[in-house]
Design a protein around this ligand. Structure first.
Ligand code: ADP
Ligand code: MG
Length: 230
């Protein structure tokens, strides 16, 4: 129900690429996202930051900026006293990148401890031949350079989702390589299934990527999501 409302809103606004609403969609399907909010002035940004334990991450929110870090649009480890400056700087960078960019605001997020985690990617693309193809791999060079990915047609069963987490070359990284704790592989499996359910329920979703889904020893968190709707 909530998911339907969110997609309707997006359609009415005639915005086909959504980032922020995508987080709410994930939430509606029980996929955990970092705490936080989207704000459009620095005082509100500070208020959100003050309600989050520890440092925060701040990101530009604009349908015109798809790869936020490419333009310096992601600030990790921001202390409360730096929130105002960070806010202004993010807006400035976005405007420098594209003067007429539609800037919706700034997302202030809980910072996820990447030292304990592994960045993974869970995605979906509609293939003209096979239909909705679910993809899984590890973030960074693993997917982008090594193309160490695996695919299944949605809807995927639990066994299929489990296989996906096992059959990539980098799978040992999930089981705790080099003295690290193993991450929550069950949480990844569940996320793949939930996402598969979401794209099965909504054929209007053409493309969807959680990048990264940070897998931690005690859970998973969808830190960034991008989707395209019909
Ligand atoms: P984009 O992909 O548009 O550049 P992301 O939101 O994925 O933006 O942020 C880029 C990178 O910053 C992530 O891959 C991750 O390494 C780091 N990052 C983003 N959000 C967080 C967060 N909440 N906690 C920790 N690291 C984060
Ligand atoms: Mg990303």
């Amino acid at each position: 129900e909530r998911a339907r409302d969110i997609l309707e809103t997006v359609k009415e606004r005639d915005e086909t690429r959504l980032g922020v609403e995508a987080m709410e969609l994930l939430d509606a399907y029980g996929i955990e996202t970092p705490t936080g909010d989207i704000v459009d002035d620095p005082a509100d940004a500070l208020e959100v930051a003050e309600n989050i334990d520890g440092d925060v991450v701040m990101k530009i929110v604009s349908p015109d900026i798809l790869h936020k870090s490419d333009i310096g649009g992601v600030k990790v480890g921001v202390e409360n006293e730096d929130v105002y400056d960070a806010y202004e700087d993010l807006i400035t960078r976005a405007k420098n990148y594209q003067p007429d960019a539609n800037i919706l605001g700034v997302q202030v997020q809980e910072m996820v401890n990447l030292d304990d985690g592994v960045e993974t990617i869970v995605g979906m693309n509609r293939d003209p031949q096979f239909g909705p193809l679910m993809m899984f791999g590890l973030g960074g060079i693993f997917v982008e350079i090594l193309e160490d990915t695996t695919f299944r047609v949605a809807p995927v069963s639990e066994a299929e989702a489990e296989d996906m987490t096992k059959e990539i070359d980098a799978a040992p990284m999930l089981r705790g390589a080099r003295g690290n704790d193993p991450v929550d592989i069950g949480g990844i499996t569940e996320t793949i299934q939930r996402l598969s359910q979401l794209v099965t329920d909504f054929p209007a979703i053409l493309e969807l990527d959680i990048n990264p889904l940070v897998a931690l020893p005690d859970g998973v968190k969808a830190v960034d999501v991008r989707l395209t709707v019909d």
